[in-house]
Ligand binder design. Structure first.
Ligand code: 4AD
Ligand code: MG
Length: 431
């Protein structure tokens, strides 16, 4: 009798006969021995079929297996120090489920467009699997961090009547007889939730109809948005650095194999410990001028600016106190210098760009009304948001971490398209 198991758990079955549902990742043969590279989603193991030890039928079945054919394979698990996983299977039985013909993704190189058109199959590759496992670990660690630190998870709506970030484009949809938009950020609702629960966080999809075709932009991306009552900007920065360090260290602890598969330079990640360096917007402008960038005070930073600043540090860096005119309407002005706001963007090292945007929020109802006017936001649509300042207003701060950019950084990927199973990008909605 054999026990059904998965590749990840073969260490519990050494010298025992087990059955595994698997796909053929690759195959080699020496004439007398066939080596089946098996994968089942949990890991990889080599199955060894020895001609002199198996029936002719089994030998021929093994021979007929092609890349991505599916099967139940039965065999004895052996310790094998020479194999990467440390184990091997001596195959004693094969039950073919489905023979695949002409699998389109072969071990040779393919172009990006081809791979993106076959994303549903490309996901099966070793590297793509590693990215998905690390993404899942990041999500797990995010939730663990906030759950362990007194935050309550709240789910903001996805269909919204108005904009959260007035600086970016919205997806418009019909909501019966009304107009609605897909959410760009749950922040405004999370502020309401913070007034009810103190410390809250959300994790959900957000949508931006941005015509940006860059390595860092998706149309649909996932954001983690904590919001904290009775918390100023400075305290929020401390939460942010603890949080990001915790997530990186969790991946290092729990995803060694996957980081190796991706050939990630682990020493760069080991260094990610709080505190993180800080530089004000003013200092960043001076720094950039020193690097021969022609950028006047008041302009926003683009990717080349962010990369130049990030290169000066080996940890994520906060750029703080941006001019109010290039930031969102809800950010609280610095009381000493009202032309800048109490905000920070966290820029990842190694050129991965902005991973967090955050700020202290305006808590004065009169100033908030003034901002509605300056930004052409109708008081009618935002009345509920003003109510948060009218009834028991408190200093509060929050931030949003972009999951895909964080995955790209931790995995060391040059494009966010590989950080999510089915990326939605400008000009790509298939598959
Ligand atoms: O800086 P953003 O626009 O901030 C907000 O939306 C705030 N309401 C968050 C808050 O305070 N609760 O977006 C936050 C993060 C960015 O730093 C970036 O990591 C990511 O979301 N992001 C994107 N990721 C992928 N594709 C896009 N198009 C993105 N736009 C923003
Ligand atoms: Mg931002």
């Amino acid at each position: 009798m054999s026990t059904k198991t998965v590749i990840k758990k073969v260490n519990e079955h050494v010298e025992q006969t087990v059955t595994i549902g698997a796909w053929i990742n690759n195959k080699r043969s020496s004439g007398k021995i066939q080596f089946l590279q098996l994968r089942d989603g949990t890991g990889y193991i080599q199955g060894v079929v020895v001609k002199s030890e198996v029936s002719e039928e089994l030998w021929n079945d093994a021979k007929s297996l092609t890349q991505e054919s599916s099967l139940y394979v039965t065999g004895i698990i052996r310790e094998e120090p020479r194999s990467k996983s440390g184990y091997e299977m001596t195959v004693t039985g094969i039950e073919i489920i489905h023979l695949t013909e002409n699998y389109p993704i072969t071990p040779k190189e393919h172009g990006t467009d081809f791979l993106m058109d076959h994303r549903h199959l490309w996901l099966r590759s070793n590297r793509q699997r590693a990215v998905m496992v690390i993404r899942a670990e990041i999500i797990r660690a995010v939730q663990e961090f906030f759950n362990d630190n007194g935050f309550t998870k709240v789910d903001p709506p996805i269909l919204t009547p108005s904009a959260a970030e007035d600086s970016t484009e919205l997806f418009h949809i019909k909501y019966f007889d009304e107009d609605a938009y897909l959410t760009q950020s749950g922040q405004l609702y999370m502020e309401a939730a913070a007034m009810a629960l103190g410390k809250v966080y959300s994790f959900g999809p957000t949508f931006r109809a941005e015509k940006s075709k860059t390595r860092r932009h998706l149309i649909e991306f996932w954001m983690i948005e904590p919001e904290m009552a009775f918390t100023d900007h400075e305290e929020s920065l401390r939460v942010q650095e603890q949080f990001v360090a915790y997530v990186v260290q969790s991946v290092l602890k729990n995803c060694r194999t996957e980081l190796e598969t991706l050939e990630r330079d682990i020493s760069k990640l080991e260094n990610i410990q709080a505190p993180f360096p800080r530089i004000s917007y003013d200092e960043a402008i001076e720094f950039l001028k020193g690097k021969d960038f022609d950028i006047p005070w008041g302009n926003d930073f683009g990717a080349p600016h962010e990369t130049a600043i990030a290169e000066a540090y080996d940890k994520p860096v906060f750029i703080t106190n941006y001019p109010k005119d290039i930031k969102a309407f809800y950010m609280k002005p610095d009381p000493e210098r009202p032309e800048v706001v109490l905000c920070a963007d966290m820029i990842a090292p190694e050129g991965y760009g902005e991973i967090i945007g955050g700020s202290q929020r305006i808590d004065d109802p009169e100033l908030m009304k003034q901002r509605f006017e300056e930004h052409n936001l109708t008081e009618e649509a935002y009345k509920w948001y003003l109510d948060l300042r009218t009834y028991g207003s408190v200093p509060h701060s929050g931030f949003g971490l972009g999951l895909e950019r964080t995955v790209a950084w931790i995995c060391g990927l040059d494009h966010v398209r590989e950080t999510i199973a089915f990326p939605r990008m400008l000009y790509r909605l298939y598959p």
